[in-house]
Design a protein around this ligand. Sequence first.
Ligand SMILES: [Fe+2]
Ligand SMILES: [Fe+2]
Length: 254
Amino acid sequence: MTAGFLPGGEEEYLVRGRKYKGCCDRREGRGAVPTITLERVKQDPHVDTYLSCSDACLGAIGYTEHGYRHANLVARIAQNIMLRLGYSDREAELAAIAGYLHDIGNMVSRHGHGQTGALLAWHLLTRMGMPPEEVAVVVSAIGCHDPEDVGQPVHNVAAALILADKADVHRSRVRNPDVSSFDIHDRVNYAVKHSFLWVDDKERAITLQLEIDTEISPVMDYFEIFLTRMIMCRRAASFLGCDFGLSINDVKLL
Ligand SMILES: [Fe+2]
Ligand SMILES: [Fe+2]
């Protein structure tokens, strides 16, 4: 791996013969280690292929959208949670990278996609030249984001990823065009017209605010399939020193 300075102070670095622009970490004794940003991750053709393949695989077995829209949204929300709560820019960037990559394991299998996604991310980020201590943070966050696999936050970035992922419930995720054949997941997602995760750093409160069309799905349906996720969100918020709240149609339920 080599690096050189570009005009204007920006650096250029080479990874396996490919040229990238960005910042380099020049901590003593390390040589030039590229600082891997979310933008760099998005440029990677392997990431791009794995993400679109994951989404296609889930589409084939009837799941809601898990592609670029979900990846970008989760990345942005996870980053915002970290920044709003006063964590460093770099920790927030790692949360964004974990958010972008968290569902690529669905390319291998839906079952255990947290673990397979973690291993894929380990390979991708190591290949890009990310320092191992940062790879470890991203990989462990991805490995514990899924409720099927216990879903316990193991550090701040993992907690932010859980909250960001579970906050993405919205009608735009439903792919099935036939309303009459909706399952409960389609119905609940389709019923959500608006969702927003509020982070109040002063009150140390994180609140998921949803607007649901109860003609499409009663609020009880939401609880039937999202109870486990809400428990995960409460744990994740508590890990970040916050209370978790849920508000549906302006009624505070948690
Ligand atoms: Fe997932
Ligand atoms: Fe997800």
